[in-house]
Design a protein around this ligand. Structure first.
Ligand SMILES: [Zn+2]
Ligand SMILES: [Zn+2]
Length: 109
């Protein structure tokens, strides 16, 4: 996914003014390289802080933030299928699977 990054290939320091820096990831405690290219990127973006976590940990965090937090499995009141919902089913309201939810929404419109 990130293969296009020139891993291991470092621009000469005199070209960019940046040199690879070894940092310690605060998440996994491993050393990681804050590459000259990344430093340049940070500088261009105006970021003041160095990355605190390695790429793997930052990616993991990004993916965790993107993933749906939690969902509950309920039985669809319409087709009886599996309905994934992001809230705790209260029991006093019917729950529909996404297909039936769409169907009902379109039928009402
Ligand atoms: Zn890490
Ligand atoms: Zn359904």
């Amino acid at each position: 996914m990130y293969e296009e990054e020139n891993n291991g290939v470092t621009a000469p320091a005199e070209a960019t003014g940046f040199v690879d820096e070894i940092l310690i990831c605060k998440d996994c405690g491993k050393e990681f390289v804050f590459t000259a290219g990344e430093q340049q990127f940070y500088a261009e973006k105006g970021f003041q802080n160095k990355p605190k976590a390695c790429k793997a940990c930052r990616d993991a965090r990004k993916n965790a933030a993107k993933a749906p937090r939690e969902y509950f499995i309920a039985v669809c009141a319409d087709c009886g299928g599996e309905a994934k919902i992001t809230f705790q089913p209260s029991g006093d309201r019917p729950v529909y699977c996404s297909a039936c939810f769409e169907k009902r929404k379109n039928a009402q419109a």
